[in-house]
Every structure is written in C-alpha cells, then in structure tokens.
Write a protein that binds this ligand. Structure first.
Ligand SMILES: Nc1c(NC[C@H](O)[C@H](O)[C@H](O)CO)[nH]c(=O)[nH]c1=O
Ligand SMILES: CC(=O)[C@@H](O)COP(=O)(O)O
Length: 134
C-alpha cells in the first residue's frame, strides 16, 4: 500500500478543508494510506514541512494541498512561484514524489472553490509516481 504524507495549508481554510476531504477520498479510492498530516499556515510555509515528511521512514510520497488567491499586489505570484520551485527542489533532493495540489495564483476565492479537486489530482499523481518509480 502506498503511504502518503499530506501537507495541508490553513490559509483559505474553508477551501483547503474541502480540498483535503477530496484528497482523502481519492487516497481511499486508490487504496493509499494517509500516514501523516502536517498543517502549516500557508502555501509559502509548505516546503519545509514537505521536506520533513519526505525524510520520514514509511512515507512514499508527499501531497501538498493549498489555495493561493489574488490580493491587491503580486504577492500571490511571489508565493506561487517560490513555493513551486522549492517543492520541486524537495522532491529532487529527497528522491521522493512531492505533488502540487495547490490552486492559483491568479484566482479569486470563488474561483478557488471551483478548483477544490486539485488536492485529489495531486493524490492520484503521487500514487502514479510511486508506481512508475517502483
Ligand atoms: N496569500 C496567501 C497566503 N499567504 C501566506 C503565506 O503562505 C505564508 O503563510 C506567510 O507569508 C508566512 O510565511 N498563503 C496561502 O496559502 N494562500 C494565499 O492566498
Ligand atoms: C495573496 C493574498 O491573498 C494576500 O496575502 C496578499 O494580498 P495583497 O496582494 O493585497 O497584499
């Protein structure tokens, strides 16, 4: 059975709670175990938590769940770009799949609600990657 670590972000929690629920459903459908969950304040804070999970014995892949919404500045893009790169680095450094269940940037809160399936997509990608690399 594939063991997943989840990093779930609390910023925009009304959206990320739903994303986590869909991600858990997807894990159950794929027969994967959610072995560990770390909750962090926001997407920007997720790489260190992902790194910790990727180091843990028994975690085959890490799924990051979050939603970045647009404010008045380019802050959302800074968060998205920096985090995507950092999570890629964690995956390559730890030789462990780290999948990106993060919606945005460039979306409103309402648009984020239309994308709550991103967490489930990331679970499917994580299980696929573990199987491909086995
Ligand atoms: N604006 C969003 C954030 N901002 C918070 C950062 O992710 C981070 O927690 C803070 O800068 C402290 O390090 N986070 C999201 O997940 N989504 C956003 O839209
Ligand atoms: C992207 C956000 O939701 C927020 O943290 C930043 O908003 P702003 O660009 O208005 O500072």
């Amino acid at each position: 059975m594939v063991a997943l670590g989840f990093v779930v972000t609390e910023f925009n929690a009304s959206v990320t709670d739903e994303m986590e629920g869909a991600a858990r459903d997807a894990a159950a459908e794929r027969g994967a175990d959610v072995a560990d969950v770390l909750r962090v304040p926001g997407v920007y804070d997720s790489p260190l938590a992902a790194d910790r999970l990727a180091r843990r014995d028994g975690v085959d892949a890490v799924v990051v769940v979050g939603a970045i919404v647009t404010g008045d500045t380019a802050h959302d893009r800074v968060i998205g770009d920096a985090t995507a790169q950092a999570l890629t680095d964690v995956s390559l450094d730890r030789d462990t799949p780290v999948t990106f269940g993060v919606s945005g940037p460039g979306q409103s809160g309402a648009e984020a609600r239309e994308r709550v399936g991103k967490g489930a997509e990331a679970v499917n990608a994580a299980v696929d990657m573990v199987e491909v690399l086995a």
